[in-house]
Each structure stands twice: as structure tokens, then as C-alpha cells.
Design a protein around this ligand. Structure first.
Ligand SMILES: [Zn+2]
Length: 573
């Protein structure tokens, strides 16, 4: 067939079926055409390109094509690494975790350390786990397991011994050593400096293993319909493996790195962060950027470390240390550091969970806005669990993106057993104010915090819309006035994260946009909200190239095989 003069090259892909181009004023259309990695036509114009396209895909009835999902807060490298150790994630009892650790240790006699993640901290009362339980499975080699909050470590006695932690070891400044009644270290370490006592002893992982972890993470993302991820915790030694993965084609998703600012040495980190950003710009290709700095403002409520305006409800002596949690940064220091990195042109990404943590994060952004010249800074506060009502409107006023992990907005055991008892009913009802922030003028983005929780965006979207557990509780939804519409939730998982990523061209599927696409088995807008998570991803494209395709029989072809993805090659600019 003779190509038409205005279309010298045929489309690489034409999709015929329902296409969601965006929300509200961006209507659905009947077809979408891709060429050179970008959307080139919609509707009748795209249909006209079907006859000459390299591939034409006809969606089934009820199926939907939309912008690929994106994850505004996750830890791909940690997620990939969980694959290598004992598979303790999702196990439902201490006995099961211990048995798996014992099985894995026996299978790997060559490993000096048994390192794994991530167990459920709700399996033991108050999240306090005893070293002796692990000693039963592995008495002679050190074992260190991260809880799925990644702020807690459970060790056996040999790991405590190698770290030099004894009854005489004082609690470090940031963190504490959980003790038995006799004062001896129990085996649970909370927060930064306590965990580091053991983590600093672990043998370093090789670059090859880290690159393989990123390849595994990419496979998981592609299967779940994701093409962009914010890595929200990057240490210097992680940058080389990312560059290597990008260089060799092992990286099959777009990723922005957030380098972690340390409260004790952030001034020294500034030149190093700028140098790392430059290196990633120069060597990272089209998929990698490093434009963000991460601040851990506080801890987590279930660990009693999130920073609270009023003391925790279960504190017996209100004046006791940590009765209002454990801010990682003093508010003034956070404001000073955020202002400095903002002046260096970095996007701010602050972990804030307690109401005092959220307020300190907003104050820090406000200090940067007030001090530095105006620029397109798009600051992010992530998790946003407990917000004092007085602070809600500040998000919109300051242009702060509220990044939620929507799967957390449900009354699961983490809430009923570890959270509500710690903060009481009044404050519990203020958690995850998604609708309040969205309708008060703030931009929302969604994330998963994977491997803290599932990376599947459809599970988060279902929860944001229903505010119910997967089992359906409570029937009317938990704090139902904070539920989002399906369209709002889809936007938060696509356009909202694109905005966070400074990728305005990915906010809508219109001609010129990169063809980052996901093909769903059902339209979430037409699905029973309690069944959204059962919708299947049938295909994922990154810049027009498939990174995942489910076959009719349910099998998939290799997401990262060189001919399927080959992401080392050039992408459209
Ligand atoms: Zn995180």
C-alpha cells in the first residue's frame, strides 16, 4: 500500500476500542495510533491508520486502554532484593516466618548472614519480636529481617552479638533497642540508628545482584501496568547499579531517584548530590533521572515513632521520652535543609506521617518558598497519614503534591491493632484525607511504597474508592467522606504522578504524548468497586514498546527479553 504523503511512516501500533485519554474534559475515544514511541492520532484519524499499521490491536468488549500507571513512592531495588532472601513476606504467623528462615538457611549454607524482608510487624504483640524465636531456626549464623515498614529490624542472638548490642548498650539518638523485662536486648530494633547497628555489619551486595534485583522489579511493574516509578530512598551505592541497569537494558521502567538527606551530614551531601544528579543526566539515558531529595521527617504510628502534636494515647507517663514520637529532624533543621536543597534545584520529597510531622514538612516547604526565588518546584509530602484539619488548606496554597499510598486507607489489623489504640478514635478518623485535600485544591498522586505494600495500583485504586478492606469491612466504608471517585483515583495513579514527575506530556493521552499505555481487561469506571482489584492487566507499553503482554491462556511472554523491550536502545526524546 502506498504511504500517504502526510504519513510517510505507518503507525507501529493502532489500538481499536475504548481509550481513556484523561479525566473530565478529555473524553474517551475509539482508537489510538502510535508511531516512534508517541501517540500520533486518536479517534477516526487513528482508525484510518489501522490498515497500514505494523500491529493492530482490537480491544474486547468492556476492555480499556489508558495511560500506563505510575508509582509516586516506592523502593524498586528493595522490592527486587526481597526475591533473593527467605520469602517471609505475607506469612501469617511468627512460626511460619521462623520456619521459612530455617528452610532458607539450610538451603544456603554458603551464606554467612541470613538477610530477609519483609515480615508483618502485626504478628507479635506491639510489634516486638524476640531473638530467641529465630535462634530456634538458626542459632549459629546471624539473621536480620526487616519488617515491612522498613523502619524495624528483627535479629537473632548471633546478629545482636556481632553488632555488639548488649544490656549495656544505650539507646542511640535516633532509634531504640526493645528490651526484655530484665533489660537484655530482645531482638527488635526500631528506627535509624538502632537498625544501623546491625545493618552496618551486613556484607555488601555485588552490582550484578543489584542489577538483577532491578530487572526483577521491572518485571513486576510491567505486569502491573506501571512504566514510571519514584524511588524514594536512594543511597550513594545504589546509583551505580541503576546506571548499569540502564546501560545494559535491564531497566524496563522509567525511574526518578530521590537521594536521602541525612540530618547529621546533609551539608556535606549537597555537592555529592549535585554530582550524582549530573552523572545520572549524562549516563542514565532516557529512563533515569535524579532530580529529587528525600527527607524522612518522622517514623510510623504503629511503631510509636511518627511525630505527633499531642502524645500517643497509650503513653502512660506523658512526659516520657518519645511520648510524641520521634522526629528524625528537628523542624528548624528540616526547614533549613529543605531550603538548601531547593536552592540547588532539587525537588523535595518528605516522608510525613504524624500530624506534627506533616506540619513540620509544610513549614519546611513554606520556608523554601519564602526564602528562594520562585521556580517550578512541585514539592511532595508522602504518606500524609494524619493531618491536623488546620493544615489541610496549606497543601494547595503551597503547591504541595500529596502523595498517598491508598492501599493503607482501610481498617485492617495494622489500623485496628497497632494504630487506633495508639492515637485514639478522634485522631484515627482524620487519617488519609484524600478527598478533603483533592477538593481543597491540592494535587494528589498515588504510590505503593512497595515492598512495604503491594505494588499493584488496582488494589490501591479499589481501596481509595471504597475505603473498605478486601473482605468488605466496614460495609459503608471507613471515613467514607474521604473516598475518591474512580476517575479521581485513576487520575491520581496516572496524571497526578506524571505531574509529580515533571512529565506534563504524560498527563493526557493526546497526540504528541509518549505512548506509555496499559490495556485492562475491564473498565474500572464500569466495574463493581469491590472488584476493581480483579481487573487484569493485558498489556503494558513503554514509549510504544511492549514491556508486558498477557497471552490468551494467561501466560505472559518475557517482559524484559531483548526483543520485547530492549530498553537500552534510544527512546524518543
Ligand atoms: Zn517508602
Amino acid at each position: 500500500m502506498t504511504p500517504q504523503p502526510e504519513n510517510p511512516h505507518p503507525a507501529s501500533l493502532v489500538v481499536l476500542g475504548t481509550v481513556r485519554t484523561g479525566s473530565r474534559e478529555y473524553a474517551d475515544t475509539t482508537a489510538l495510533a502510535v508511531r516512534d514511541g508517541r501517540v500520533v492520532a486518536l479517534g477516526a484519524e487513528a482508525e484510518a491508520l489501522a490498515a497500514t499499521a505494523d500491529e493492530t490491536l482490537r480491544l474486547g468488549p468492556g476492555e480499556l486502554l489508558l495511560s500506563a500507571f505510575a508509582d509516586g513512592h516506592a523502593h524498586p531495588l528493595f522490592g527486587g532484593l526481597e526475591h533473593f532472601g527467605p520469602a517471609v513476606k505475607g506469612l501469617d504467623s511468627v512460626e511460619a516466618v521462623v520456619a521459612e528462615v530455617g528452610r532458607w538457611a539450610a538451603e544456603h549454607p554458603e551464606e554467612e548472614w541470613i538477610v530477609g524482608a519483609s515480615y508483618d510487624p502485626a504478628l507479635a504483640p506491639d510489634g516486638e519480636f524476640d531473638a530467641r524465636w529465630l535462634d530456634e531456626a538458626v542459632p549459629d549464623r546471624p539473621v536480620a529481617l526487616r519488617a515491612y515498614d522498613y523502619h524495624t529490624l528483627w535479629c537473632n542472638t548471633e546478629a545482636l552479638r556481632r553488632a555488639g548490642i548488649t544490656e549495656a548498650t544505650p539507646d542511640p539518638r535516633l532509634g531504640w533497642i526493645v528490651r526484655r523485662l530484665d533489660g537484655s536486648p530482645m531482638g527488635t530494633l526500631r528506627e535509624w540508628h538502632a537498625c544501623d547497628l546491625v545493618l552496618d555489619r551486613l556484607p555488601a551486595r555485588g552490582t550484578g545482584e543489584l542489577v538483577e534485583a532491578l530487572r526483577i522489579a521491572g518485571e513486576s511493574y510491567a505486569r502491573a501496568g506501571l512504566t514510571w516509578v519514584q524511588d524514594a530512598w536512594v543511597e550513594p551505592e545504589m546509583i551505580g547499579p541503576y546506571l548499569e541497569a540502564a546501560r545494559t537494558g535491564a531497566l524496563a521502567f522509567r525511574v526518578n531517584l530521590a537521594q536521602r538527606a541525612d540530618p547529621d551530614r546533609w551539608r556535606d551531601q549537597r555537592p555529592a548530590f549535585r554530582a550524582a544528579r549530573r552523572r545520572v543526566e549524562e549516563e542514565g539515558g532516557e529512563l533515569l533521572s535524579a532530580r529529587t531529595v528525600k527527607f524522612f521527617g518522622d517514623g510510623v504510628i504503629e511503631g510509636g515513632t511518627a511525630a505527633m502534636l499531642d502524645p500517643y494515647a497509650d503513653v502512660t507517663e506523658p512526659g516520657a521520652p518519645h511520648s510524641c514520637g520521634m522526629p528524625v529532624w528537628e523542624p528548624e533543621a528540616l526547614a533549613e535543609a529543605v531550603t538548601a536543597f531547593d536552592a540547588d534545584g532539587f525537588q523535595t520529597h518528605i516522608h510525613a506521617i504524624g500530624d506534627a510531622g506533616v506540619r513540620a514538612a509544610l513549614d519546611a516547604v513554606e520556608a523554601a518558598v519564602r526564602t528562594n526565588p520562585s521556580w517550578d518546584r512541585r514539592p511532595v509530602i508522602t504518606h500524609v497519614q494524619l493531618v491536623d484539619p488546620a493544615d489541610l488548606e496549606r497543601f494547595g496554597q503551597l503547591g504541595v503534591i500529596a502523595n498517598f499510598e491508598p492501599l493503607w486507607a482501610q481498617l485492617d489489623p495494622l489500623q485496628t491493632e497497632l494504630t487506633v489504640p495508639r492515637i485514639g478514635e478522634r485522631r484515627a478518623a482524620l487519617q488519609y484525607p484524600m478527598a478533603g485535600l483533592a477538593r481543597g485544591g491540592a494535587r494528589l498522586s498515588f504510590g505503593s511504597d512497595w515492598p512495604v505494600s503491594s505494588h499493584d495500583p488496582l488494589e490501591g485504586i479499589q481501596t481509595a474508592v471504597t475505603r473498605r478492606t478486601f473482605g468488605g469491612a466496614p460495609a459503608g466504608g471507613w471515613t467514607p467522606h474521604q473516598a475518591l471517585t474512580v476517575d479521581e483515583a485513576l487520575d491520581a495513579a496516572t496524571a497526578g504522578v506524571a505531574y509529580q514527575a515533571f512529565a506534563d506530556e504524560r498527563e493526557r493521552l493526546v497526540p504528541g504524548a509518549p505512548a506509555d499505555l496499559v490495556w485492562l481487561s475491564d473498565d474500572p469506571r464500569a466495574t463493581d468497586p469491590m472488584a476493581i482489584r480483579h481487573i487484569r492487566v493485558r498489556g503494558t507499553w513503554l514509549a510504544g514498546r511492549p514491556t508486558f503482554r498477557a497471552e490468551e491462556n494467561g501466560d505472559a511472554y518475557a517482559a524484559n527479553s531483548p526483543d520485547a523491550a530492549g530498553m537500552a536502545g534510544g527512546l524518543p526524546g
